[in-house]
Design a protein around this ligand. Structure first.
Ligand SMILES: Cc1cc2nc3c(=O)[nH]c(=O)nc-3n(C[C@H](O)[C@H](O)[C@H](O)COP(=O)(O)OP(=O)(O)OC[C@H]3O[C@@H](n4cnc5c(N)ncnc54)[C@H](O)[C@@H]3O)c2cc1C
Length: 434
């Protein structure tokens, strides 16, 4: 199976190429093995090293570390996400549990960047949930009440204000939340790689084919070698299912995004020189759109079941056209060919949008399925699964474990049919917002 992502992601291409890449090409053994080197796996490995300084820790990735979803997402470190409803107290209670986890996620990332003096274009500018459709006002008013009940600062804005703030008059209604951070996702994950402690060995371009447990020892077979380990943490997120993990609870979804070149001084002036901003859609399949610190426009407006995992150049070109139209709708005055790169990434979803955080068996642990909000939660879950695997209880684990657990999914082919039908339905509902 090919697990290499495309190499056309602007975020990743902003960074210097890494050197000293080690490939696993012999048989090894260790105390701790982490599979997957994104936010989750890197945070788990870092915490394990702190908890067990004398032990041998290995982390392995099928591609270059951090070049999966962690290096290619939209960069919203969220404090809140939008769901319809929240009318009953029960729903409010559940929503609070969700935001408690987001809050811990933000604190964990914040602590990491402070401790290591990380520059990842951190901007505490909040975010907008916005729509061009005035009918969405009802959803936003409901949501605003929920947020206010839980003590989140928020305010509703209309077209005139939005045009000034965003440089586009596309949006007619929005709710701005003050919490939440915009950042450069690839810079953040690169810092996690660069600061890996000395007793953690990282192997890359080393695909895990299969694994088994015999007499308490876990044996993992990679492309060119094997590793025997006493304990293992699976942090492969969108690829959990392909490794036979929690197969009835999560499934992969492929997202695509495009980024423009930086706007010229003239173009930027023309749209009113807005400060950096980020818009999330009100309907799930609407577009996520960002104006970056360096005046690039990012748009993500597809989510689909796609096999194989890697998208061909042709597949990406098709998605790029839809993203070009999305930018044109919002910024008709900008020239047609300003998209610099288009890329895809894989995330993991569960039926009820809850995350996976679990001991699967004695010595086997898993964290993942952040349903599109994995920057903070992945970093948090990575650290906390390391505590759990070390038999240590923390207040963060208590919060995580009091969430609603992921619910059971239908079997194939019903799952794919159901998911595809749902995505088509959601895409139609959100058509004006794509
Ligand atoms: C386009 C896009 C936009 C997004 N926007 C946001 C956003 O704005 N905010 C937000 O919070 N989240 C966002 N997300 C989601 C977020 O990126 C993920 O939730 C997060 O990166 C998950 O981190 P992770 O470490 O668990 O998984 P990943 O970063 O996916 O890392 C898993 C790693 O496991 C490796 N792996 C898989 N299988 C194997 C194997 N068999 N052997 C060895 N290694 C293997 C993969 O190569 C990969 O590097 C977005 C995702 C995408 C794709």
């Amino acid at each position: 199976m090919d697990l290499q992502n495309d190499n056309s992601c602007s975020w990743i291409n902003d960074l210097n190429k890494r050197t000293n890449i080690k490939i696993l090409d012999e048989n090894k053994s260790c105390d701790w093995l982490v599979i997957g080197a994104g936010y989750t796996g890197l945070s788990a490995a870092r915490k394990l090293s702190e908890l067990h300084p004398g032990q041998k820790i290995i982390i392995v990735d099928a591609q270059l570390a951090g070049e999966g979803a962690s290096g290619r997402n939209s960069g919203y470190l969220v404090d809140t996400t939008l769901n319809d409803g929240f009318t009953s107290n029960k729903e409010l209670e559940n929503y609070k549990k969700k935001t408690d986890i987001y809050k811990l996620g933000i604190e964990t990332v914040k602590k990491f960047i402070k401790e290591h003096q990380v520059d990842c274009d951190w901007n505490e500018c909040g975010k907008y949930f916005a729509s061009s459709n005035k009918k969405d006002q009802k959803t936003l008013i409901n949501f605003s009440k929920t947020l206010s009940n839980l003590g989140f600062d928020n305010n509703i804005l209309l077209n005139k204000d939005l045009t000034k703030r965003l440089g586009t008059n596309f949006y007619n209604i929005a709710l701005h939340t003050k919490g939440g951070i915009l950042l450069h996702p690839a810079k953040l994950v690169r810092a996690m790689i660069d600061t890996l402690p000395k007793n953690v060995d990282l192997y890359e371009n080393s695909f895990l084919f299969n694994w088994s447990k015999l007499n308490g020892i876990i044996n993992c077979n990679f492309k060119n070698g094997s590793i025997k380990t006493k304990k293992i943490i699976f942090a492969t997120n969108g690829f959990l299912k392909s490794l036979g993990i929690k197969t009835n609870y999560n499934f992969p979804i492929t997202l695509t995004a495009s980024m423009t070149r930086p706007l010229t001084d003239e173009e930027f002036k023309f749209i009113g020189e807005p400060k950096e901003w980020g818009v999330l859609p009100i309907k799930p399949m609407g577009a996520t759109v960002r104006m970056t610190k360096d005046r690039r426009i990012l748009i993500r407006n597809t989510a689909e079941v796609h096999s194989p995992y890697k998208m061909s150049k042709k597949d990406l070109d098709i998605r790029s056209i839809s993203q070009k139209i999305g930018i044109k709708k919002r910024f008709p005055e900008l020239s047609d060919n300003i998209i610099q790169s288009t890329w895809s990434g894989i995330v993991s979803r569960t039926r009820n949008s809850s995350q996976i955080f679990e001991k699967l068996d004695k010595n086997i642990f898993v964290a993942g399925s952040y349903n599109g909000s994995g920057i903070g939660v992945g970093t948090l879950f990575g650290e906390q699964i390391a505590f759990k695997a070390s038999d240590q209880q923390t207040s963060e684990i208590e919060t995580i474990e009091s969430r609603n657990k992921p619910t059971w999914l239908p079997q194939q082919p019903f799952l794919n049919l159901g998911v595809k039908a749902r995505l088509v339905y959601e895409r139609i509902r959100a058509r004006s917002e794509i």
